[in-house]
Design a binder for this molecule. Structure first.
Ligand code: NAD
Length: 453
């Protein structure tokens, strides 16, 4: 029996004891997870610094605060989420109890990615614990310092058998995927997403796939370009562009392209100085493989800003490309790095067409002062999320479901959406044995006389 098999078996046995179900236990575990983050924030920041060269404050803003927020909401609202949900009654059920009962699914497998190694791995865990499940946590081996720390420290705070951490790469993850789970929650690229879904299908296990893709950003010519470019520059270059919901490319009319480039240039200097390479708030590409992939995406494009790099440090400057076309190399895959192509189109009609001709994105951004234009983009496109006049911030709103559609993923999480995603919403109908006369019609023989026809 493999190590992974043993871990899953142990988690299942622990789940079967019923220990993870009482609300008090779930709340204690959630509070303990909060304590872990609070007491170990320095260790977490150090690990992320080693993995992605992020500053401590960036990790605080984008990882730990977000996780704490998610835990706080779950602790505050758990009693309400877990309570039976009465549904509307009909004449037939007027005397009955009719309700939905959220129940734990069982053992959940959580497979995390490396770009925000704590948030994308532990935020689903908050939902799994809140919903009363056991969960096997598999952090990404690519962010190895964070993964190792999670493996070392989490068992000191959480029930060891119910919430084990398994470290490892492709072969360990594939061995995990051979086991039977009650739900698989995967964050990462869509190629591996397919493998995860195939493996889960063998056990008829449902999946949540938090994938990526190319998130477009349409900028209307009548917008305040200074404000728009500040928000876009932030959303694109934070974490060196390695953010699943980063604006992947800009669509705009030719008349504003040069002004856009100049505004973005100003913002890059303001945010990261003239020397981003030596500035502590500008990160690095996760590894050489991704560095080389990103550099090759520049081939054949016109660099308007940046473009310089240093392979020995996996450094790529904040880079903007202009006059890019839809068939250029950089437009064939999710960029996932600090490269921002600008594609010019004739207006909103062509922008909508351009977006709809491609896979449904995880996020879609539109910048405009014209409310009608925004509503039109909302109505005529599809994406996991749509944000007007800002980037990324929808991730922080726990009331909004976070997830993709089509090739950008399936299922959603955050706040109650995580709880519902990782619960079985069981239909319950509790009848009494009296009032049998009311059932006469359903029993054979179904004569016209009995049915009153
Ligand atoms: P990654 O390389 O860390 O892979 C993700 C996980 O899959 C890891 O735990 C890894 O061990 C496992 N894995 C890799 N290859 C595997 C295989 N062949 N079989 C089984 N398991 C395997 O991360 P990544 O895929 O490079 O992550 C980046 C992608 O994730 C981007 O596309 C990004 O948009 C997406 N992403 C999405 C979200 C979201 O919430 N939707 C969040 C973060 C990242």
């Amino acid at each position: 029996m493999s190590k992974e098999h043993q871990v899953v078996e142990r988690a299942r046995r622990a789940f079967q004891t019923g220990k993870s179900k009482p609300l008090e236990f779930r709340l204690n575990q959630l509070k303990s997870l909060h304590r872990f983050i609070n007491e170990r924030r320095k260790d977490i920041a150090d690990a992320v610094k080693k993995d992605l060269n992020k500053s401590g404050n960036s990790t605080e803003l984008f990882e730990t605060l977000s996780l704490e927020g998610e835990i706080n909401v779950a602790v505050e609202r758990l009693t309400e989420w877990a309570a039976p949900r009465p549904v509307e009654k009909s004449l037939v059920t007027i005397a009955d109890e009719v309700y939905i009962r959220p129940e734990p699914l069982g053992v959940v497998l959580i497979i995390g990615a490396w770009n925000y190694p704590w948030v994308v791995t532990l935020q689903p865990l908050v939902g799994a614990i809140a919903a009363g499940n056991a969960a096997v946590v598999k952090p990404s081996e690519v962010s190895s310092h964070s993964a190792k720390l999670m493996e070392e420290l989490l068992p000191l705070y959480l029930h060891e058998e119910l919430y084990p951490v398994v470290c490892g790469g492709v072969s360990e993850t594939q061995e995990l995927l051979r086991q039977r789970f009650d739900h698989v929650f995967y964050t990462g690229n869509s190629t591996v997403g397919r493998l995860v879904m195939e493996a889960a299908a063998r056990h008829l296990t449902p999946v949540t796939l938090e994938l990526g893709g190319k998130s477009p950003c349409y900028i209307d010519k009548n917008v305040d370009l200074t404000v728009a470019c500040r928000r876009i520059t932030w959303g694109k270059f934070v974490n060196c562009g390695q953010t699943c919901i980063a604006p992947d490319y800009i669509l705009c009319e030719p008349s504003i392209q040069n002004r856009l480039v100049e505004e973005i240039r100003k913002c890059i200097t303001e945010f990261y100085t003239d020397d981003p390479k030596n500035f502590e708030d500008y990160g690095r590409i996760i590894n050489q493989r991704h560095f080389q992939r990103l550099m090759s995406l520049l081939e054949g494009s016109t660099v308007a800003i940046g473009g310089d790099s240093d392979e020995s440090q996996c450094y790529i400057a904040p880079t903007v490309l202009k006059d890019v076309t839809g068939d250029s190399k950089v437009m064939q895959e999710e960029i996932f790095g600090p490269i921002l192509p600008i594609i010019t189109i004739s207006g909103v009609d062509e922008a909508i067409q351009f977006i709809n001709d491609r896979e449904k994105p995880l996020a879609l951004y539109v910048f405009s002062q014209d409310n009608k234009l925004i509503r039109r983009v909302v109505a005529e496109t599809s994406s996991g999320a749509l944000v007007a006049n800002d980037c990324l911030v929808h991730f922080t709103i726990n009331a909004l479901p976070f997830g993709g559609v089509g090739k950008s993923g399936m299922g959603q999480y955050h706040g109650q959406h995580s709880f519902d995603q990782l619960s079985h919403l069981r239909a319950c109908l509790i009848k009494k044995l009296n009032m049998e006369a009311a059932n006469a019609m359903r029993y054979p023989p179904h004569t016209d006389k009995k049915l009153g026809w």
